[in-house]
Design a binder for this molecule. Sequence first.
Ligand SMILES: [Zn+2]
Length: 288
Amino acid sequence: MELGHFFYDLLVHNENFAGKSKDTDFSVYEDHQHPPITMLTCADSRIQGEILGMDLINKVFTVRNAGNQVARNKGSLAYALTALNTEIFFILGHTNCGAVNFAAGASLASVTKLDKHDETHSVEPATGVKKKNSGIQLASSKGESKIISMLRKSDFSAASREVQREMLPLTIPIERGIAKLVKIGDEKKELAYLSQTNVDYQVEKALEYYGDRVKEKKLAIVGGIYDFVGAYSNTKGRVVITNINGIYDKDKLQENARAFCEADAALDKSSESYKLCQKLIEEKVSRI
Ligand SMILES: [Zn+2]
């Protein structure tokens, strides 16, 4: 994009928004913000607020980093969750996440190196790093998924130290996920499964820090995946809920989602949109 074009878009389009101030009452939030939701999502450009289908101004306190990692922005999250007291913490990952793929490649590369080392030495490597995840060895056995083969060939060592430092914590959840890929046998689903495993891990971390607020019913932690490849269903662009407060059994998730809707007095239970919501729980509160 030419810089001139960027200036044009910024100046002209923002003016269109600013002009709306006749209709938009900025005075509601010019002194304070009152967001009910904190959203932690990936910095990926394909994720923008529009995917949630609602006006997010003054509703969503957004924190973003590569791979939607809780530990990377603890200060901003603590401010939103404990000073602004948002009631919902939504951790949103997505399909085809570059950070997740990076971590998967790095996990596989490191294990490959250890495997080679083990062939020639009977002692542990000098770094003291031990092979701790038998799942990755399983994934390297005969019948390896295409995605694993693809990730294994990627050269992730070319990334700068700063990039590596930010991505490598993701190898912890990703190593958990890799073991199961051979059983899935669908490339879209396999990559999405790794993103889903990362979200589960980030929900776990959030429960570590904010579990007390969840117990006191001051906070609900919701994990989800933005699926723009059609990994969860044939409808691309869906946001799928994959975890609620650490629950990741599909039936229990749906049961919880129904109970939350049922308990909300503001929802008109006889309306068509409520019936649609019930139907969508079947399809969009789901897991791979
Ligand atoms: Zn991403």
